[in-house]
Design a protein around this ligand. Sequence first.
Ligand code: SF4
Length: 351
Amino acid sequence: MEQTITDAARAALYAELPALLLPWYDKNKRDLPWRANKDPYRVLVSELMLQQTRVEAAREHYIRFVRELPTAAALAACPEDKLFKLWEGLGYYSRARNLQKAAQEVSEHGFPCTAEGLKKLPGVGEYTAGAVASIAFEQPAPAVDGNVVRVLSRYLGDALPAAQLRKRYAEELAPVYPAGRCGDFTQSLMELGATVCAPSSPLCLACPLLGGCRTKSDALPIPEKKPERRKTPVTMLLFYAGERVAIWRRKEGVLRGMYAFYTEERALTEGGLAARLAACGAGGAKIGQPTAHRHVFSHIEWEIAAYPVDCAGCEAEVASSFGVVFYPLSEVKAALSLPSAYRWALRLFKG
Ligand code: SF4
């Protein structure tokens, strides 16, 4: 692997990119639902989904989402519960909220067609703005995600951590964007990173950049140090009475505003829980064996102990003391959007 490269050699490698990548992309691009329509709203939806999940998982979500909400105006007017149900499984519900705010803005004022204008929309950062501007509006606006950093760092032999390369790549790519094929150029870089220049064992012999590549292996990019996750003990109380289960709405912290089961971010002992129930007049409730589960968010890790609590006969006391509402389990499964930190616990209820 070569570590240094002159400015002239670097410029020559960049200049070759469109001619190498576009014919390869035309021949090899995957048939993905969001590629059928370059409507900026649809491009924005797909890009935000792809930042949250793999292509295969995003495919189904995308099809369902744009079938239900085919325009920015439809999303702008969508009730939050329905929006969250459509977003279920994609995590980061704050992104769904921001997407709706962005839809409200563009419904009122129109879609900005430049990366600068797009960046002013809620939840739209540098990468997303570049993707929408180039794909939907044919602007020479680079969209540098992890795939693109991986491809370029290997192609150019840049032995630096990804965080130090993103901005530089965006600046260097902009002048080589080919007029009339800006969207395809953006997607060709992403596609190469997703299908050929994979994180490990890249398929160099099938790569259109092989001739000029300075690395030809997975030695780059330099891995970034991940921040340590904070571990938090969490007690989850799965109140139920017959076929009805208690749903709580989170008021703060991660998943604020989401449907959930009653949660305390601390370890409660069974004795402490029994005393708590007795104090609110629900001493007859039966506490079951806890189930341990771990849920990992980007920056914290929940170490969960989930207690089933049978509150037949004392539903009202539990509801008023814990701020929960009892719903039929079938309705919770079908109509309420439970984040994945909670959805796993549905299997602990019978029925
Ligand atoms: S030749 Fe290999 S390492 Fe270089 S860009 Fe292509 S797939 Fe990646």
